[in-house]
Design a protein around this ligand. Sequence first.
Ligand SMILES: [Zn+2]
Length: 275
Amino acid sequence: MYSVFAAFSFCAGACVASFLNVVIWRVPRGESIVSPPSHCPSCGAPVRWWRNIPVLSWLALRGRCADCKAAISPRYVIVETLGACLFLAAFLNAVPPGAPVSPWTLLELLVVWTWLSLMIAGSFIDMDHLLLPDFVTAGGMALGVLNALAVSAGSASFGPALASLAGLACGFGLMWLVRFLGSKAFGREAMGSGDVWLTGAVGAISGPAGAVAVIILSSFAGSLYGLAMMIAGKTRFGRYAEIPYGPFICLAHAVWLFCGDGLWRWYAGLLGFEV
Ligand SMILES: [Zn+2]
């Protein structure tokens, strides 16, 4: 039975990500996400449902439109595979084999799935347009706070709600400070305001410790990427504004969600603490 649920999670992730491909393309362009139905951008032919199966259709058609044979970007299949793997990872993380499943476990899983979906959409929109839409940033904050309120009500404790609000304030406040100091140091905007809001959402979902960890991890990942780009000659020192930072925040938060405990123990071990 466990493997059935795991397989379901994988397929659900692929299907949700297939829809996210539509969101990533259309929402920043102000287009409707329901009409017109999916069509080939080259020849306009509608995509029949049996050719709209995530990952498999793209592989079966060898990445080409069935009607005009125009190439379809491999990014569609990359986003779908990413969604499938992340949904499966969230399931394995939330429901370890043999562990009892409560309604709270399922709520937690749904919240993480929703947040992963928002992060996928936000990351790719940021890469394309250098902006993070409100439905990702404000949506993530609302998701984190509402979930914490529900858990607080269910456990008759203020703890989770307070942790979520403290995390939101911490993530937003610290990233605001980083942006402020960075802008002073470089004499130009060091990052977009969307990155500050996004870190607030990370804190609302994972609390203050998660927010701090994500700021540190994302700055490492972002610096490494910036350095790699400089070495490759694609950018010059100081031109940070052209690198979208949202994907690094999302990557760092996914790492924290799935490996946070292990990372924490490893780091505490480095400092000589027992956790
Ligand atoms: Zn076509």
